[in-house]
Design a protein around this ligand. Structure first.
Ligand SMILES: [Fe+2]
Ligand SMILES: [Fe+2]
Length: 151
């Protein structure tokens, strides 16, 4: 099913988010980003969190999820689970400089990747199924993070 126009910008962000997740996992070997040390990866992920992930979460939490809540019990449960994952991601970032740094980064990468895949494969299709063209009300309200702040 083709993504509804109103939430296409979130899927663009997800594409970029998967790249962030990949680049901090243990097996990342590309040097395009110049991430040659663990410290570089930490700086990169904290910057990406502040400039890309937080605005993206805000779009979901402030615009999409409130609009989608209260229409279907199963969807409400999915959204609540996704919100818990947002919390887990915030916690993982706040502890990223404590303990085993390489392991923290790897875990953060895995967490972010599975979160994005869950939204793309399960949550968004469910939102589209339940809301259908009601989503058009949100057309133009959500802008991809990289388009909105010129990253
Ligand atoms: Fe999310
Ligand atoms: Fe998302």
């Amino acid at each position: 099913m083709k993504r509804h126009k109103a939430i296409v910008p979130l899927s663009h962000d997800h594409y970029d988010g998967l790249f962030i997740a990949q680049s901090i996992k243990k097996n990342f070997i590309k040097t395009d980003l110049g991430l040659s040390s663990i410290e570089d990866k930490i700086k990169y992920v904290i910057n990406a969190y502040n400039t890309e992930l937080i605005p993206h979460f805000n779009h979901e939490e402030v615009i999409l999820f409130p609009f989608a809540m209260g229409k279907d019990a199963e969807l409400d449960k999915m959204i609540n689970d996704i919100l818990e994952e947002h919390d887990a991601i915030h916690k993982a970032v706040s502890k990223i400089s404590e303990g085993n740094l390489e392991e923290n980064l790897n875990e953060f990468g895995l967490l972010l990747e599975s979160h994005i895949r869950k939204e793309e494969r399960i949550l968004f299709p469910k939102i589209e199924e339940i809301l259908g063209d009601e989503l058009s009300v949100l057309d133009g309200q959500i802008v991809a993070v990289k388009d909105s702040c010129g990253i």
